[in-house]
Design a binder for this molecule. Sequence first.
Ligand SMILES: C[S@@+](CC[C@H](N)C(=O)[O-])C[C@H]1O[C@@H](n2cnc3c(N)ncnc32)[C@H](O)[C@@H]1O
Length: 277
Amino acid sequence: MPELAFEENDFKKFSRYVYDVAGINLHDGKKELLKARLAKILREREFSSFREYYSRVINDTSGYELTLLLNALSTNLTYFFREPQHFDFLEKEVFPEMARSRQSSKDKQLRLWSAGCSSGEEAYTMAMTAFEALGPSAEHQIEILATDLSTKVLAMARTGIYKQEKTNKIPPKLGRRYFQKGRNRWKGYFRVKKEIREKVKFERLNLIEEFQFDKPFDVIFCRNVMIYFDTPTRQMLVEKLYRTLAPGGYLFIGHSESLTGLRHNFKYIQPAIFKKV
Ligand SMILES: C[S@@+](CC[C@H](N)C(=O)[O-])C[C@H]1O[C@@H](n2cnc3c(N)ncnc32)[C@H](O)[C@@H]1O
């Protein structure tokens, strides 16, 4: 099949559209990546040009085409216990501090949010860490919301099933405690145990749209998501995350990200950890 021409105008139209709907900043350096990912869709679905596909996407009012496009364009790299310092801090500082402060309170629930959760490893790691810190009472004390833009990764996350090679970073003791090993046709796979899966609720949420929750969160992980956004989009997101956190709550961002250059009222605690004081 001859290579399809990806004109400068095609690049401009798609990158502007993706920026408008998802905040994802596809600058000039991302042109080849965008072309490769779109070309795959064109081949699979037998569109004859990028222009024809673009027209299908923008004229579809059902949201179906947009979802497929964003599924194809999002970068979903993640793994269990990624940036382990965060989970140490959560286990040794945040959970004990919050459990103490709730002792005399009627509302003992701790609410956590994995914003931009990809295939679920981050949210499940938060749940395992809660059980390690709080013991069996975690079952009644924590609830975790995990959200992403991509319906494809959310569907994977909900199963809680991972190939063995995806579980390499899990400390063996926790692997034995919180995972079931697949047998027969599931050989080579591991499944997160039910007690952990039940603590996490997965939902689709676009972080650049307005969002509101009934109750504020005590902990938000929004890691390795803002790297795809430009400064104005990050600024808006950080303000929304601040509003969504309870006083005393913590925000965790990726170690390769920073709040430098943004206006915010967070207190810096340690690298990539901030507190709403
Ligand atoms: C690299 S993954 C990070 C996963 C996890 N937080 C971690 O640090 O391992 C980035 C995720 O952000 C999601 N994402 C990108 N833009 C988004 C948006 N506008 N709203 C919600 N999620 C978004 C992508 O779909 C992707 O799954």
